[in-house]
Design a protein around this ligand. Sequence first.
Ligand code: FAD
Length: 431
Amino acid sequence: MGIQKRKVAIIGAGVSGMTAAIELMDSCVVHIYEATDSVGGRATTIEDKTSQEIIDNGQHICIGAYKHFFDLLKTIGGMEHFHILEKYDIPYFYEGTFGSLTSKIFSGKFGLLEAIIRDSNFSFKEKLNTIIFAIKVQMDSISFQNYSDCYDLLIRNKQSEKVIKILWEPLIVSTMNTPVRKASPIIFENIMLDGFLSKSQNAAFYLPNVHFGELFKGFDSVFLKEENKIFYNSPVKSITQNSGKFLVSDEYYDDVVITTPSFISKRILSELPIDIEVPDYSPIVSVYFWTDTKLTDSFMISAVDGGFDWLFNRDKLIERSDDTYSYQITTSDAVHFAKLKDDVILSMMEEDLRKMFGDEFRITHYKIVRELMATFLADKKNNLKRPKVKTHISGLYLAGDYSDNGYPSTLEGASKNGFRAAHYILKRIAK
Ligand SMILES: Cc1cc2nc3c(=O)[nH]c(=O)nc-3n(C[C@H](O)[C@H](O)[C@H](O)COP(=O)(O)OP(=O)(O)OC[C@H]3O[C@@H](n4cnc5c(N)ncnc54)[C@H](O)[C@@H]3O)c2cc1C
């Protein structure tokens, strides 16, 4: 007689839920409950009705240090869909002209240093102070917890306003979706040590060359075997417990992995003796637009002075059959942007684009995507509120990107927590 497998419910089929499911699929009976009709969660694909093009809900950038997320993609077959940029080649627009963070010889941490040395916008003193700061971070000789926020950290470590604006702010705001004057220095330290100041493979930028729908399309066929199931369009309203088992939508489970954002998890778990502190959230606003003229050949441009953060060149990133040109701008920490009407956002964006590229282009069509609860605000206060993956209720795990792991809200943070929850369950089985 075979040993009966543990039965596990996973709530949510975002990156965290998919990772937990893949780790558990051979050892347990896994049921996934997903509120929508597809996997991916906040990394999702939508159809723009006017252009009939498939677009994402915003540009996602990964770095080589994304171990858990890439392991998930290797298993479901999405790993070949990336442009890998090992060297720095990032044009930026600052005080009316283009500059560039470029490394021609090195990649990884030495590439970052090379890019700083090459940048003619920085003085000798600025370059020296930036290199000294990077070395101090690497040698672990800065007590990050002693600084109130990243701005405090940078200024007290002799980073000029110009270096903060051109180099650190784009990096911090885009990875943490949090303004420099709020961003947690400890989370920043982890990003630097695991990513940008790490070995070349970890620091490389990975830009998807397909939409998320395509990246994750292998999930169902890999996961759905034996008794494993995925229930789409099945939002879970609440979970209760009876004789040590969890009741989810009329079925009993030995373990439950919750991967929904914290404000939804709090609601779902309101009948169990657990309190989830909901952090502040931070919006990301993306504008997809199409032009009659090519604007750039670069993959991405940092709009240091602009009202938006980054311009991405969709023609360079993905394969498009259309004869128009297509771009996407992203603004993180977009509290101000998110409240504005579409036409106001468009005219602000157009004004910035004209400063960068002149008047010779026409925007033929645009689509604005507002993600109001894109990520938690990665400041010191919210970082302290994050729950552990393993809760005090035996068999209940909190595994979305918000649970404590030292990273901001990212695909890797989400995947890492899904992996952790799964391995707590596997350990119980092994006992
Ligand atoms: C515009 C944007 C840009 C981003 N850019 C980057 C980037 O460049 N790099 C990066 O690493 N990260 C980026 N992120 C963050 C990244 O997308 C998230 O951290 C990650 O996708 C979170 O995954 P998750 O599985 O924890 O949560 P989610 O993706 O939120 O998954 C939760 C799932 O639960 C489902 N659900 C909700 N309620 C219920 C319910 N009641 N019952 C059942 N299911 C339910 C949801 O539909 C969803 O599928 C970005 C996010 C956004 C929004």
